[in-house]
Design a protein around this ligand. Structure first.
Ligand SMILES: Cc1ncc(COP(=O)(O)O)c(C=O)c1O
Length: 391
């Protein structure tokens, strides 16, 4: 039996990055001394009010089909919350509820791209972007955001990468893995380019609520960009709700209408009790959310302080998100060799930065989504491993 072309395209770059991570998780579960710093799944519980709303809703029999675009209560809450954060006026008619940011990204690709189209993606980028974009038959054209440019996009390369096949620009700001935010000035330049070449913008803002230094700017708020920008995000990180799969895509009403048809063919609507719980997460100012954010900031500061003890590790403190990129080139190893040996010799699992794009070569990515004690111990082991290498 033969599988489709699409199944080949989604099995390309980025699809095997989690193999070592899952191995580490299994070893830790078996009681071994393994520290998992490879994934961005917050180690906190979902806020109590959210879980209680799901239980209330389930107990009241909310177990039937729901509206394909999502429930009005949740769509309104998303429009209000993200509109406030971004400084843009959205209504529920701009919002589709999705099964997490990933589902929104995939739907954007399906709705905006055709085979042969080219998509500019700022890298280092989240590992699923390749498969998501390539699933449509479109090609990914990467634009570097190198560490020596403070992870800002190389605008000359961006301009020169545009061809008559370019259809869209995808990026995350704040970014995974770098934690960097694209400056307002660069967003304005990207907007000008998008308008000039009539491009869609897919702006992944999953970490917009997870900023420690500075301020979030969304390209949707830049003049004339609201109608060509799709903002995607979710409650996964901000509310420790990765398993609930509550996300969104926010865009012009014509996009929402097209999404409605797509959803009939994909999800056919999402669970009502999950959506009611998601609405509570967005409607209420929950203390747990603020506490978690403060704890992440503390972890970031602690990790940066500890990792700076090794002269073989170079890093800058990430402004946002839950990851840290560490340059390990002075150890004489590349990111893959470093992460493999670190795991084998010290039991610490991190990811090779090159998995996120060429600008990640020579880096490892560390996640703070594990307990503070584990982060302290993990960083000490990373320092001791780096210092043990004779280069
Ligand atoms: C930049 C970025 N986009 C999307 C996702 C997918 O998140 P979700 O759980 O909302 O699907 C992640 C997850 O780590 C991410 O870092």
């Amino acid at each position: 039996m033969r599988y489709s072309e699409l199944s080949n395209r989604v099995s390309g770059k980025g699809s095997s990055v989690w193999d070592d991570h899952y191995l580490a998780v299994a070893r830790r579960a078996a009681g071994e001394d393994v520290i998992v710093m490879s994934v961005g799944d917050p180690d906190f519980n979902t806020p109590v009010a959210v879980t209680q709303e799901a239980i209330r809703s389930l107990e009241s029999g909310d177990t039937h089909y729901t509206e394909v675009l999502g429930r009005s209560r949740l769509r309104k809450a998303i429009a209000h919350k993200i509109g406030d954060i971004n400084g843009v006026s959205f209504t529920e008619n701009n919002v589709v509820v999705t099964a997490g940011t990933q589902n929104a990204l995939y739907a954007c690709a399906a709705l905006l791209l055709d085979p042969g189209d080219e998509v500019l993606v700022l890298e280092p980028m989240f590992t699923t972007y390749h498969a998501t974009i390539r699933s449509t038959g479109a090609e990914v054209v990467t634009v570097p955001c190198p560490s020596d440019m403070a992870y800002q996009p190389d605008i000359d390369i961006l301009r020169n990468s545009i061809t008559d096949k370019t259809k869209a620009i995808f990026f995350a700001s704040p970014a995974n893995p770098t934690g960097a935010m694209i400056t307002l000035k660069n967003l304005e330049i990207i907007a000008e380019i998008a308008i000039q070449h009539d491009l869609w913008l897919v702006s992944d803002e999953i970490y917009c609520d997870f900023i420690f230094d500075g301020q979030h700017h969304s390209i949707s708020a830049v003049d004339k960009m609201k109608d060509r920008t799709i903002v995607v995000g979710s409650l996964s990180k901000s509310h420790a709700m990765t398993g609930w799969r509550v996300g969104w895509a926010i865009g012009p009403e014509s996009f929402v209408n097209a999404f409605s048809n797509l959803n009939l063919a994909i999800t056919y609507g999402l669970p009502g009790f999950v959506q009611e719980a998601g609405a509570v997460a967005l409607e209420q100012d929950l203390a747990e959310v603020q506490d978690m954010k403060m704890e992440f900031k503390h972890r970031r500061d602690k990790a940066v302080e500890l990792l700076c003890h090794s002269s073989k590790l170079q890093l800058t403190s990430p402004a946002a998100g839950m990851f840290l990129m560490v340059n390990i080139e002075s150890t004489g190893l590349n990111g893959l060799e470093f992460s493999k040996r670190l795991y084998q010799e010290k039991g610490v699992s991190v990811l090779d930065g090159a998995e996120f794009g060429p600008s990640g070569e020579g880096f490892i990515r560390i996640s703070f989504a594990t307990s503070t004690d584990s982060i302290i111990e993990g960083c000490k082991r990373i320092v001791s491993f780096a210092d043990s290498l004779n280069n």
